[in-house]
Ligand binder design. Structure first.
Ligand code: SF4
Length: 403
């Protein structure tokens, strides 16, 4: 009999939990993680293998203002928003190169996210170029590559001014650069198949073309043959909030020529936190949809339509992939910020984020767990960055560890 000790019973709840135990699904476990020791910055640290690194895209505000956006949560300490403290691009990319040189021959998973990575296409193109150089060098060991986007920077407007035609040209450059990067997946967020409801949730800024349903659909249609696209829908009471709506969404995605959709629950916010009780905080708490019940309803009550394919257990999330009778795969994912905090405080690094202020942290919070800062980057820079000579990896030993 399998068990899920790392997933608290108030997170993976009954009756789904007991149902899954009886089903004995195929499980891929990323937690407990394989851990390796290395020197990062000027510190000796333990990191997971592979380690996930996010160059945080935050030089400009996002093209949308999703009502649940965690990046719009504010702490009591009055911190600045990411783009308000972004350093100049050239300096940022030097720190990115220095960070990559520290990860010499360490299996790394690149996750491009932050605010909206395609809002500043030139920045993203440059960033991808550096990641590709690292991958092609003798020190680069890349495990996987993902991009999270609302697709606004991919929209190809053909009409109008010189500015529009320049935008079209950089959008094409960006798409080509992504094709060269060969991502494992691009998750495109869209939270409803009805454009009016979607706009109420995502609140794209004035003039952002991707809010238009025809533009979105034709953009996806252009991209899907070039890049592995999955739609990403956050479940919420005012949007997709029950099993029947999930089915409608899957039918719409199938018409767009896609094969996969992710349904994510809104994050369970940390219980003891310094987060300001602002509109976003209240929206996240008030709009929660019971994802465990939706999955249970599908598997238990409609077994002819839905089949469980696999389960993944991560350090603060789980996801369940189900096939639906129309040929689509739906992955239901839930995460818990209390678990995230617990793992982050365990002494093991699960995540590296290079923040817009040029600080490499073992945390999504730029003030916590700083490993390399703009000030100390020179002292940790490896002169052999992108060397063509093969170097031995630095980690001292590898073992499995849990907390
Ligand atoms: S697209 Fe992403 S970053 Fe932008 S507002 Fe929505 S959730 Fe936030």
């Amino acid at each position: 009999m399998q068990s899920f000790p790392s997933l608290p019973s108030n997170f993976l709840t009954n009756p789904l939990r007991d149902f899954l135990l009886k089903q004995s699904p195929k499980i891929t476990r990323f937690f407990p993680a394989t851990v390796q020791k290395l020197k990062l910055g000027n510190q000796k640290v333990k990191i997971t293998n592979p380690i996930s690194l996010t160059p945080y895209a935050g030089t400009v505000p996002c093209s949308a203002k999703c009502k649940f956006c965690c990046e719009r949560l504010v702490r009591n300490n009055g911190e600045l928003l990411p783009f308000q403290c972004a350093i100049e691009d050239g300096e940022y990319f030097q720190i990115l190169k220095a960070s990559l040189s520290q990860l010499s021959r360490i299996p790394t998973s690149f996750t491009m996210s932050g605010l909206e990575p395609t809002s500043n296409r030139e920045w993203l193109i440059d960033c991808l170029r550096i990641l590709r150089q690292h991958e092609q060098s003798n020190i680069g060991m890349v495990d996987s590559k993902y991009l999270y986007s609302n697709a606004s920077g991919f929209a190809l407007s053909s009409s109008g001014s010189r500015n529009r035609s320049r935008q079209r040209s950089t959008a094409i450059d960006l798409i080509n650069s992504l094709v060269d990067w060969q991502p494992d997946r691009i998750d495109v967020s869209r939270h409803h198949y009805d454009p009016v409801v979607n706009q109420q949730i995502m609140q794209f800024r004035k003039g952002v073309q991707i809010q238009d349903q025809d533009v979105f659909q034709s953009t996806i249609s252009d991209l899907k043959d070039l890049l592995p696209i999955r739609l990403d829908c956050v479940l919420q009471k005012d949007g997709i909030g029950d099993l029947d709506q999930c089915i409608n969404y899957l039918n719409w995605a199938k018409k767009l020529g896609l094969k996969e959709v992710a349904f994510r629950s809104l994050a369970k916010l940390p219980t003891n936190s310094s987060l300001v009780r602002n509109q976003v905080f209240n929206y996240i708490n008030n709009q929660q949809v019971p994802i465990n019940q939706i999955v249970y309803q599908a598997l238990k009550h409609r077994p002819k339509d839905w089949k469980l394919i696999q389960m993944k257990i991560g350090y603060y999330y789980y996801n369940l992939s189900l096939s639906y009778k129309n040929g689509m795969t739906a992955t239901f994912e839930a995460c818990d910020y209390d678990l995230l905090t617990k793992r982050q405080n365990s002494g093991i690094i699960y995540k590296l984020v290079l923040h817009p202020n040029g600080s490499l942290n073992a945390s999504w919070d730029p003030t916590e767990n700083i490993l390399i800062s703009k000030e100390n980057v020179l002292s940790v820079t490896n002169p052999e960055t992108f060397s063509t000579n093969r170097r031995e990896h630095k980690f001292e030993n590898v073992h499995r560890e849990s907390n």
